[in-house]
Design a protein around this ligand. Structure first.
Ligand SMILES: O=C(O)c1cc(=O)[nH]c(=O)n1[C@@H]1O[C@H](COP(=O)(O)O)[C@@H](O)[C@H]1O
Length: 225
């Protein structure tokens, strides 16, 4: 059987609810993504609890600070043995290099390029003159040259980035089935489109966690791949 590329994003405030959801969908996802909401609320303890489910843990901390601070934070999470950790490419080359050097051997360090909640107008409003596509490619290039394992981008850019970085590890969030509600996501494609374009990991949160029947939703999404 094919390796399941879906990481379910457990953006839930309660630890018991997150754990119950993980157990419910565990046979239809390949891993668990724990992000800022979960980590700020439950910290290391929460990660240890979710690790008991037996799936790889993607720690989505989106670190973005001076190189020394980011490297120290990477060291502080060694003990959690995450399979993947995120930092922000906009933190710059030195920050990315030092983050990778400080990470555990079995941890993939990936850099967020342009958040999937941003569109071209949002970039203009923060003083970035490139459009989202070009900016994502530019930051992917920087992450590649800084020695990272891969990047996070939308399904619109992953194909172009993969052309320049053939063995990169590509995380794609912001995924929706054609009838799904976008919420705060602005650069969205379907899970199947993202996979076909070269995504290594498909991050899926609310389409599973907010579904009336999360198990059926996870199964249905898995079935589209
Ligand atoms: O790093 C991420 O995982 C991430 C990057 C990005 O550009 N956009 C994005 O949505 N994410 C995360 O992916 C998940 C998407 O959740 P849903 O929109 O509910 O599927 C959330 O946990 C976000 O924190």
């Amino acid at each position: 059987m094919h390796h399941n590329p879906i990481y379910v994003a457990l953006d839930l405030p309660r630890l018991d609810a997150a754990e119950a959801l993980a157990r419910k969908v565990k046979d239809h996802v390949g891993g668990i993504k724990l992000g800022l909401e979960f980590f700020c609320a439950h910290g290391h303890h929460g990660v240890h609890e979710l690790a008991k489910v037996g799936l790889p843990i993607f720690l989505d901390l989106k670190l973005h600070d001076i190189p020394n601070t980011v490297a120290a934070a990477m060291q502080a999470i060694h003990v959690l043995q995450p399979s993947i950790v995120t930092i922000h490419a906009a933190g710059g080359r030195a920050m990315m290099e030092d983050a990778k050097a400080a990470a555990g051997e079995n941890t993939k360090v990936v850099a967020v390029t342009v958040l999937t909640s941003l569109d071209d107008d949002d970039l203009t409003s923060i003083g970035v003159s490139a459009n989202a596509h070009d900016q994502a490619l530019r930051l992917a290039d920087l992450a590649h040259s800084a020695g990272l394992d891969g990047i996070v981008c939308s399904g619109h850019e992953v194909g172009a980035i993969k052309k320049q970085w053939k063995d990169g590890f590509f995380v794609v969030p912001g995924l929706r089935l054609p009838d799904g509600s976008l919420g705060d996501q602005k650069r969205s494609v379907s899970p199947r489109m993202a996979r076909d374009a070269g995504a290594s990991v498909l991050v899926i949160g609310r389409p599973i966690t907010r579904a009336e029947d999360p198990l059926a939703a996870a199964r249905a999404i898995e079935g589209t791949l």
